[in-house]
Design a binder for this molecule. Structure first.
Ligand code: SF4
Length: 377
């Protein structure tokens, strides 16, 4: 899984045009971009069956080119009006993720360059594989390959509880709290068998399924008679897969717990569905669940972000620590095409995000790429 030498050279050039200063950042960003956008494509015309699945990094180059186009004409970007002091659970979560992402999300309309395949697939999975669909189709998916995606005692508990609110669909109910300026609609609210109400927020996370060998490996292992033993090893790896729950997602659940007044919420769950691709189709292969309680620790965490976000909304500017930039996180961020902070050149972030800050930087075009560029990249 990699770029061709010409693709790599061109991608590095594009990131220097975007403003990246450090070679290490460029390397990490490009490697992570591959995980986000690189794909195996099936070529039915391949003469050698072992070469039917071919890897392509072209989508990574396309994404960087789209960003160059966007930053080359910042006046064409459609801006958004700020919504006073009102805020949503999603915006607080976004602030906890990154203050630049929060500002960009509030300032610009999404553009073609911001399309993020991860997010689009996540949204598509949200519609077809989400807990609500499962709630209505309990005991479906008899195929153990897919069934294992639902194996989790907390999921079983949710499926046995009473569903009282679904936050997606045509016109989901929007909850508002005039006192705090909050509005939002959680993915689900359930009532458990003891009568307590709880909120559920679900996220789809792209990850490699250890039990999903590539077609290439599968064929080789079948031919060598080692497939069964290898699958047992893979199952062990699958069982031990760790989950790391992001603070920004936990904050989102806390925002519902502290602001929703229509239901007396006692606790919440953050559900991570890990998904991968099989024969080009996304599927969920494991569920991770974190229970979130209303205690002193969670109250401190929530208040800390709420206070900082409030100050930022009031002042319209705050310090930005460029040393904390993580190029892996930036490569997967859907606001990255608009962002100048990821270059580590800015030590502040503004609200609204100033479109005149978006720009490109001069960089020498690699000599090796000059001939037939259009055909070779
Ligand atoms: S690209 Fe990085 S710095 Fe910019 S908004 Fe996203 S996470 Fe924040």
């Amino acid at each position: 899984m990699k770029y061709t030498p010409r693709q790599l050279s061109f991608a590095q050039y594009l990131l220097r045009r975007i403003g990246f200063l450090r070679q290490k950042d460029i390397d990490v960003y490009l490697q992570h971009l591959l995980k986000v956008k690189g794909r195996y494509h099936f070529n039915p015309k391949a003469k050698n069956a072992f070469k039917s699945w071919q890897y392509s990094a072209k989508a990574c180059i396309d994404a960087l080119m789209a960003e160059i186009k966007l930053k080359g004409s910042p006046t064409e970007i459609k801006t958004r009006k700020l919504n006073g002091k009102n805020w949503t659970a999603t915006s607080l979560s976004r602030y906890a993720f990154c203050s630049a992402a929060f500002s960009i999300g509030h300032s610009f309309e999404p553009a073609a360059a911001t399309s993020n395949e991860w997010i689009e697939i996540g949204e598509c999975l949200h519609q077809s594989l989400r807990l609500g669909v499962r709630y209505n189709q309990r005991n479906a998916d008899p195929d153990p390959f897919y069934q294992r995606g639902w194996q989790n005692p907390a999921i079983t508990k949710m499926l046995r509880s009473k569903l009282v609110h679904v936050g997606h669909g045509e016109k989901p109910q929007l909850f508002q709290n005039e006192e705090t300026g909050f509005s939002g609609s959680p993915d689900y609210i359930f009532q458990d068998r003891d009568g307590a109400y709880f909120v559920v927020e679900e996220k789809f996370i792209r990850q490699d399924d250890p039990m999903n060998p590539t077609a290439l490996k599968l064929m080789r292992e079948e031919l060598a008679g080692t497939l069964e033993a290898k699958n047992q090893d893979r199952y062990q790896v699958w069982e031990k897969l760790p989950f790391y729950f992001f603070e920004s997602h936990i904050i989102q659940v806390l925002a519902y717990l502290y602001n929703l007044i229509e239901y007396p919420l006692s606790y919440g769950y953050l559900v991570y569905w890990l998904y991968d691709f099989k024969d080009g189709e996304p599927y969920v292969f494991k569920a991770g669940v974190k229970k979130i309680k209303l205690d002193e620790k969670s109250s401190d965490l929530y208040q800390q972000y709420k206070l900082k976000m409030g100050k930022f909304m009031q002042k319209g500017v705050e310090a930005f620590d460029a040393a904390l930039i993580n190029p892996k996180k930036c490569a997967a961020c859907s606001f990255s095409p608009f962002c100048m902070q990821k270059t580590r050149r800015l030590d502040h972030v503004w609200l609204p995000y100033p479109s005149d800050a978006l720009r490109l930087f001069p960089s020498e075009f690699p000599d090796a790429l000059r001939p037939n560029l259009g055909h070779q990249i």
